[in-house]
Design a protein around this ligand. Structure first.
Ligand SMILES: O=C(O)CCC(=O)C(=O)O
Length: 224
């Protein structure tokens, strides 16, 4: 599932496994796999990408309606992709912006090394420790049944948490465990094909002094 990267010497394979999981009564497994490479991008690649992404003039501050009032989403976003990869999330339909050079190169490297046809990337910019992302699964219909998502991080280290999704919790109850990973600058986290259907993840807010961070989640979007 993780292509050429699976045997990389620095790769850490993490199983998101619920305690005592031997498959549920319905015969489903609640185990899903993550691949983490802390040093996927060298310092110069990180620097080039950072400069390129910070120069984008189409970062958007979106708002969500809560109790009838618009509330700013706690991060900036920019959606980039091939023609025809419109993508709806958080209730908004996004048209892709064109690929910039270093981002396009990174996409091709990931496609080659993971053997997967990524055609878009969602960029999230966390300006400081208050910016974050709440619990969710990337399970929009455009991503298909079992999406593989490649997530590359730049800038400040931040913590990502995983917990079983609602359906998994309802089957497994308290045996369902959660997990966290610290995402370092230049790291790659690949979420394997069952991660989104079984687990949820979030990017934790922090009260500690924390500089800006950009995360790129490469996806394969199909027309729905
Ligand atoms: O910023 C991150 O590392 C998480 C991004 C994320 O969860 C998403 O784009 O769905």
């Amino acid at each position: 599932m993780f292509g050429k990267l699976a045997s990389s010497t620095s790769a850490e394979h993490l199983a998101l496994r619920s305690a005592g999981d031997n498959g549920s009564a319905e015969g489903e497994s609640h185990t899903a796999s993550l691949l983490y490479l802390p040093d996927y991008l060298i310092a110069e690649q990180q620097r080039q990408l950072w400069i390129e992404l910070m120069a984008i003039d189409t970062w958007e501050q979106e708002s969500l309606m809560m109790h009838g009032k618009p509330v700013p989403v706690p991060r900036l976003i920019c959606y980039v992709g091939d023609d025809g990869t419109e993508y709806a999330y958080s209730g908004v339909r996004h048209r892709p912006k064109p690929w910039s050079p270093a981002l396009g190169e990174l996409r091709h490297r990931l496609c080659d090394e993971l053997g997967h046809g990524f055609n878009s990337v969602l960029l999230n910019q966390y300006r400081d420790g208050r910016d974050h992302m709440g619990w969710h699964s990337d399970d929009e219909s455009e991503l298909g049944e079992q999406p593989i998502i490649a997530s590359v991080s730049l800038g400040a280290e931040r913590r990502m948490r995983f917990r079983p999704g609602d359906r998994t919790r309802s089957i497994l109850g308290s045996s369902a465990k959660s997990l966290h990973i610290t995402l370092e600058a230049g790291s790659l986290l690949v979420m394997g094909s069952t991660v989104q259907s079984v687990w949820q993840h979030c990017l934790v807010r922090t009260a500690q002094a924390c500089g800006p961070r950009v995360n790129m989640t490469f996806r394969r979007v199909s027309a729905v």
